[in-house]
Design a protein around this ligand. Structure first.
Ligand code: AMP
Ligand code: GLY
Length: 426
């Protein structure tokens, strides 16, 4: 099978790496890719925002499957346009991508289908949103409805902060994303992410993960795209997993299919494990980055067959024959000094020749090759994954590999996994 990957981050490198393990892969292309992806795939000289150009490329080269990594092209309808041109895609339609594109849509879906989630109200004027504040206790959460690059959620500790957040939304700080706001009750508990590969009707559980969104050790400092992650999330017991599937994932997929907008692709559920049970925080319609870098390596050589089956509505046929590796995995993100603020591009990286068999994988995120040199070309630059029979072993392998990388201009957190691994090694 010939596959095209859309995207350029660590997540897309993890897709490329997983596909390279699959015997059914014949050719791999990426648009635009990064230095690591382009060691495993050929560059497709197309702009992913130009859907006609992507479809024409697929027809010319004979692409059997397109895998779309990030959310923006999905919300923009890339999967619809490719399917209309007869190309199979792993990724939801624009209508089904509303699960990520509109928080108000998700709250309505949860409300209509008795899916546990925080109490909320959606408003389209500042006046109505400000009035709603009286009906919530502090702290409360103000969310811009649409895609806001991870910045549209404000946890307000005081009434003044809540009012400021509402004004920011309606003053256009988040662009169109803020033309409606969701006011939501604040939930407490352990936060986890769950992943399901969906074909429109059937789904396959890909596992759980926890990430570290803050830039600083001890989960302090500004938010980032994610500084590290591990799988599985130890707090998700088998009983809680069954509850997440039954009370959140399955009714969502059922409701989407009933509405005529079946969800096909990777469903990423953000869940809070509260004292009264799992509650839905949000959906994303794609893999997490860096969560993909811990979950995808566990798919082994069945990855491509599974993705293709999901993209063509045949998950039930292949499902039982493919087993996931049940090792633990942990990834440490290496970022350019300054991230998530401003940072310089172009510093040189030196990676070890062979990091260590199948226990360690160095995924590239923001990298670029110039001649023989490998250069940092983004905020998050590498994502180094270790695998092991325990989380501690996975962590030790990941950090041993991180320490073998020469990159003075980079930094990383030394405590990835701390919530799951108390600071007491013996
Ligand atoms: P979201 O983009 O909706 O996942 O929100 C980003 C982050 O804000 C989540 O990962 C949570 O850590 C936090 N958050 C969102 N909604 C709530 C809530 N209702 N209660 C507590 N924390 C929340
Ligand atoms: N790591 C969180 C995300 O990809 O949204």
């Amino acid at each position: 099978m010939k596959v095209l990957i859309i995207g350029s981050g660590g997540r897309e490198h993890a897709f490329a790496h997983a596909l390279r393990q699959s015997p059914s892969l014949t050719e791999l292309y990426a648009a635009p890719g990064n230095a690591g992806i382009l060691e495993q795939a050929r560059a497709a000289a197309i702009d992913p925002a130009d859907h006609d150009a992507v479809a024409a490329f697929c027809a010319r080269v004979g692409i059997d499957l397109v895998i779309v990594g990030p959310e923006a092209p999905l919300v923009a309808g890339l999967a619809d346009d490719l399917r209309a041109a007869g190309v199979d895609v792993l990724g939801p339609s624009g209508a089904a991508a509303e699960l990520e594109g509109s928080k108000a849509f998700v709250k309505q879906l949860a409300f209509d289908n008795d899916i546990p989630t925080a109490a909320s109200e959606t408003h389209s004027t500042a006046h109505a949103a400000l009035n709603a504040l009286d009906r919530f206790e502090l702290p409360l959460v103000v969310k811009a409805d649409g895609l806001a690059a991870g910045k549209g959620v404000i946890i307000a500790q005081s009434r003044a902060e809540a009012e400021a957040a509402i004004h920011a939304c309606f003053d256009g700080v988040f662009g169109d994303a803020g033309s409606r706001v969701v006011i939501e009750a604040f939930l407490t508990g352990e936060e986890i992410s769950c992943f399901a590969l969906c074909d429109g009707t059937e789904y396959r559980w890909l596992g759980s993960a926890q990430d570290h969104k803050r830039v600083g050790e001890g989960d302090t400092g500004p938010n980032t795209g994610g500084m590290g992650a591990y799988t599985p999330a130890p707090c998700l017991t088998p009983a809680l997993e069954a509850e997440v599937r039954r009370s959140i994932i399955e009714p969502t997929l059922h409701a989407m299919a009933q509405a005529g907008t079946p969800f096909q692709g990777i469903l990423f559920a953000g869940i809070m494990l509260t004292a009264t049970g799992p509650q839905l925080l949000e959906y994303n319609v794609r893999f997490g980055d860096p969560e993909a870098q811990v979950i995808l390596p566990r798919l082994g050589e069945g990855a491509l067959d599974l993705f293709h089956a999901a993209a063509t509505g045949r998950l039930a046929e292949v499902d039982a024959s493919i087993r996931m590796d049940d090792r633990h995995a942990l990834t440490v993100v290496m970022a350019t000094e300054g991230y998530p603020g401003s940072y310089a591009k172009g510093s040189a990286l030196r990676l070890p020749e062979d990091p260590s068999g199948d226990h360690v994988i160095i995924f590239h995120a923001g990298t670029k090759r110039e001649g023989q040199d490998l250069l940092a070309h983004g905020g998050r630059v590498l994502s180094v994954t270790g695998m092991g029979d325990s989380l501690r072993e996975a962590q030790a392998r990941a950090y041993a590999a991180v320490n073998s990388i020469h990159w003075p201009e980079g930094f990383f957190r030394r405590d990835i996994g701390w919530r799951a691994l108390p600071a007491d090694p013996d």
